[in-house]
Write a protein that binds this ligand. Structure first.
Ligand code: SF4
Length: 305
């Protein structure tokens, strides 16, 4: 079933199954009818992870969200007009009830369910379960062969076996952290992504968070030139922080709206994004109440209480 959001840009219609995403900007609804919920929420299900990537910025203190809270928040976000949730971590496939959680979202909401994973825990059985309950999977692949292995500490051929499991079964994209080493593997990585029928290639210039280091300007120039010259079939996109650094016509899709996105960390704290240090604890009043408090506190939106 299609979902509709009303806002200052017009009427936004989204369908998780067809992926259709239409903005009717000739109609601007009155302010008192605007939808007030994040359009997309990323959720760190757990801080647990079995890898130790060299650029990781995920929190390392043990924390895992409760299954009951997650179900409640998904129902609430769905009724408030949210379009989708993206499960991450840590490693979301280490979440004990990952299959049940995705199945709950599929059966009880109209939210698009996506997940970002390193992919190494995928099995035929897990793919079989997830293919009927998630809309899109994002697999991290920074560099190829030796460069990938130096960053992720796992064999690259094993990653290819995992991509073979999801090829044609679950729609997926590649998340690619760009730094001075991985930038040189872009062409080969894109060829592999095309071979396994990935749909999207998300470019994530490395950030100075956690173990990561900010990417050098020279690397960004190389990335920009690569984007300009890319002629393959993948949909390229880029993190919002760098959208202006990449010259590309038409502009690559990015995420720019002030209240369109939110992040829930593994302690149940709602934040503007995963890089934020502080946020609003989601208490018994629920996730939309926390969202209103967060937005009002930061003065990014007029008081909506
Ligand atoms: S980057 Fe992701 S896969 Fe790598 S250690 Fe951090 S949470 Fe785990």
């Amino acid at each position: 079933m299609s979902k509709v959001r009303l806002g200052p840009d017009g009427v936004h219609i989204f369908d998780r199954d067809s992926g259709s995403n239409v903005l009717l900007d000739e109609i601007v609804p009155p302010r008192d009818r605007w939808t007030f919920s994040p359009r997309q929420v990323s959720i760190a299900l757990t801080n647990a992870c079995d890898l130790e990537c060299t650029h990781c910025y995920a929190a390392k203190t043990p924390a895992t969200l409760s299954f009951e809270s997650l179900k409640q928040w998904m129902l609430e976000l769905d009724s408030a007009g949210c379009f989708g949730v993206g499960f991450g971590g840590g490693e979301p496939m280490l979440y004990p009830k990952i299959r049940e959680l995705c199945q709950f979202g599929r059966a009880n909401t109209n939210l698009a369910i996506t997940m970002t994973s390193h992919g190494h825990r995928l099995s035929a059985s897990l793919v079989d379960s997830l293919k009927s309950s998630i809309n899109f999977l994002r697999i991290s692949m920074d560099g190829v062969h030796r460069n990938y292995e130096n960053i992720r500490g796992r064999p690259f051929p094993t990653l290819l076996e995992k991509l073979r499991l999801i090829k044609g079964e679950i729609p997926f994209g590649i998340n690619y952290v760009v730094n001075e080493i991985t930038v040189n593997d872009l062409t080969k990585a894109a060829e592999i992504a095309e071979e396994f029928q990935a749909r999207e290639f998300l470019l994530l210039p490395e950030e100075a968070h956690g173990r990561g280091s900010v990417v050098a300007e020279k690397t960004l120039n190389t990335l920009s030139n690569w984007v300009d010259s890319y002629r393959g079939s993948l949909q390229l996109s880029i993190s919002s922080l760098h959208s202006e650094l990449i010259r590309h016509e038409p502009p690559l899709p990015n995420e720019v709206e002030e209240i369109a996105f939110a992040h829930i960390d593994a302690n149940g704290i709602l934040k503007r994004c995963s890089f934020d240090f502080s946020g609003q604890l989601i208490d018994d009043e629920g996730v939309i109440s926390a969202f209103k408090k967060l937005v009002n506190r930061r003065g990014r939106h007029e008081n909506l209480e």
